[in-house]
Design a protein around this ligand. Structure first.
Ligand code: DC
Length: 202
């Protein structure tokens, strides 16, 4: 029998990482932040590696080697993520992960559509551009006082556009995904709402 897979997709700073981690902890499921894979490839690309080589040789050490939260790495991740060979190189790892016992939560952009189209539960989290930029600004400002809200807003807008319009696995809600708008929700409220929905489906 296949494992219970929970696919959580959505744009940058929609809350999917925090919500996915909390859900995985509540259910004692394995958790994979697939954005980290693309960010690690983006970081290697910024160091001069050809992106497809970086994707094909990616190993777990690469995920700890860089400060993957950096905005320039996020932008590079979004760029390399539009290359079909990069996406293809990550598919098997993500699918194998999704079959871990006793279940798995994966978050990303294409989990419900391409990586795990048969996931038992699919969630698509959204929030307004302004709400997402504000969250990301608050998070990044703690480490970098030079950063401006306008720059973050522009970067997220660009990343949304690139992620939504690429031809290979664009970010889109699966037709059977349940959508939640987190613009007006606290983290606790978002987790509670999503978790209540998941409980009705398990
Ligand atoms: O979720 P994140 O912000 O860490 O993702 C960084 C970039 O990686 C995102 O802009 C697009 C890409 N990505 C993707 O294309 N598919 C995924 N499943 C996860 C991330």
């Amino acid at each position: 029998m296949s494992q219970t897979v929970i696919a959580i997709d959505g744009p940058a700073a929609s809350g999917k990482g925090t919500v996915s981690k909390a859900i995985s902890e509540k259910l004692q499921f394995n958790y994979l932040d697939t954005g980290k894979l693309y960010r690690a490839i983006g970081a290697k690309y910024l160091e001069g590696y050809p992106p497809v080589d970086a994707a094909q040789s990616l190993d777990s050490n690469d995920l700890d080697k860089y400060d993957l939260k950096k905005p320039e790495i996020a932008q590079a991740a979004s760029e390399v993520a539009s290359i079909p060979e990069v996406r293809a190189a990550l598919l098997e790892f993500q699918r194998n992960f999704s079959q871990k016992m006793p279940g798995a939560v994966l978050d990303g952009r294409d989990i419900g559509t391409i990586v795990c189209p048969n996931a038992k539960i699919k969630i698509f989290l959204t929030a307004s551009l302004e709400a997402r930029a504000k969250r990301r600004f608050i998070e990044l400002y703690k480490h970098d006082k030079e950063i401006s809200f306008e720059t973050i807003l522009k970067q997220i807008r660009e990343r949304d556009k690139r992620d939504q319009t690429r031809s290979s696995s664009p970010m889109v809600a699966a037709s059977d995904a349940k959508k939640f708008d987190t613009s007006e929700l606290t983290i606790t409220e978002a987790v509670d709402k999503v978790f209540s929905y998941i409980q009705t489906k398990l």
